[in-house]
Design a protein around this ligand. Structure first.
Ligand SMILES: Nc1ncnc2c1ncn2[C@@H]1O[C@H](COP(=O)(O)OP(=O)(O)O)[C@@H](O)[C@H]1O
Ligand SMILES: [Mg+2]
Length: 372
């Protein structure tokens, strides 16, 4: 058995997904999966830091790095307790950390993930691989999305064109072409605008099962305005985040118009669906044999319906059909990236991120306490 753990918290800030997988060259078998919410006080501080980045002082940044490290370590321990696999059999933990800011095209490009990996190594005694994005950024890449290489390893089907859509806070697609070529990019918002609006105006974490969206009507003038966002038409490689797609961005385009929560959710849900369908066309996918959905958006039937309506010729299914449930895919990707690091293998795809070449991603934090 070649056992790796993956820890992931995405832009949704909906908590830490942890998975334990058995990785062999052509297989990634799920052994255990758990989910830990962030403690409420930490969640509030993370939201504040992401929404008002210029107000974060160095002390706050340092403390958040430690607290997220502790939360990730606790999530790893929850995972280990839930499984029969002894810690000594886990070769390494791949930890994505929590993105606070992603600016890969600024004057001094960076992508900032926090969650001190030293703490995870110290609490678990297991080797930790972390800091996956910055080597790709150093090599001129976007540092994102990183999941396409894993999607290719797991879901490619020679002779068939498939698309994998990972609908987290931000959404990204991976185009797996029949000839083996792999491309992909961030398409724009996944759930982040829907979540943000629901949290602000409905005091709910998210629109569960798309219930609000199902009861509303798309407000076409707003949808049309949102679709003029220049990011959508940019050529790949490209990646984005909550730096762009956030509530102030939405409010600017909404102006003085008052919409019911239902109509707003219907409009935002349709927006996510249209940007995804548009991105699949932009990627030049041609005839797609199957569209595989993962990420939390896979659990929103309204979103899936709207996507299916826009892509009537494309069968849409969940990655669960191919052995890995939608909420486990991204955490499993970081377990796989830890495996790649340990084996000295690359984990980025230059065709996706724009990096100058393949790179072995991440840095190793040894779990063993060095004997004196
Ligand atoms: N039952 C559901 N109905 C609608 N949306 C859901 C459901 N379950 C999860 N989601 C959405 O999925 C999001 C979490 O998705 P996830 O893939 O974890 O995103 P991220 O990678 O950004 O953390 C939630 O914030 C929510 O918007
Ligand atoms: Mg999440």
């Amino acid at each position: 058995m070649s056992c790796y753990a993956g820890l992931m918290s995405g832009t949704s800030l909906d908590g830490i997904d942890a998975v334990l997988v058995d990785i062999t060259t052509d297989r990634c078998q799920l052994l255990a999966a758990t989910h830990d919410d962030y403690p409420q006080a930490l969640l509030a501080r993370l939201r504040q830091a992401i929404e008002a980045p210029t107000q974060v002082g160095l002390d706050e940044l340092g403390e958040l790095d430690t607290l997220v490290g502790e939360a990730f370590a606790a999530a790893a321990l929850t995972l280990l307790r839930s499984s029969a696999v002894p810690a000594a059999q886990v070769r390494a933990i791949g930890s994505h950390g929590q993105t606070l800011r992603h600016q890969p095209r600024g004057a001094a490009p960076f992508s900032l993930q926090i969650g001190d990996a030293n703490i995870i190594a110290e609490r678990t005694g297991i080797d930790v691989v972390a800091d996956f994005r910055r080597r790709d950024v150093a090599a001129g890449g976007e540092g994102a999305p990183l999941v396409p290489a894993f999607h290719a390893a797991l879901f490619a089907s020679p002779g068939q064109t498939r698309v994998v859509a990972n609908i987290g806070g931000i959404a990204n697609i991976t185009l797996l072409q029949a000839d083996g070529a792999v491309t992909g990019f961030d398409t724009g918002p996944g759930n982040c605008l829907m979540d943000g609006w629901t949290q602000r105006h409905c005091q709910l974490d998210f629109d569960r099962d798309g219930a609000l969206a199902a009861a509303g009507q798309v407000y076409e003038p707003l949808l049309a305005r949102l679709l003029t966002e220049p990011y959508l038409a940019l050529p790949a490689p490209k990646s984005t985040g909550r730096e762009l797609f956030n509530l102030p961005w939405l409010q600017e385009r909404l102006g003085d118009v008052q919409l019911s929560p239902q109509d707003m959710l219907a409009t935002l849900c349709q927006y996510t669906a249209e940007t995804l369908a548009g991105a699949i066309a932009q990627a030049g996918a041609g005839t797609v044999a199957e569209l595989l959905i993962c990420g939390g958006g896979a659990l929103n039937p309204q979103l899936l319906q709207r996507l299916s309506r826009l892509l009537p010729a494309t069968p849409v299914c969940s990655t669960a059909q191919y052995g890995i449930a939608p909420l486990h895919v991204e955490a499993a990707a970081f377990a796989w990236m830890a495996h790649q690091h340990v084996q000295g293998l690359p984990a980025n795809l230059p065709a996706v991120t724009g990096a100058r070449g393949l790179r072995c991603l991440g840095a190793l934090y040894p779990g063993a306490v060095t004997a004196t």
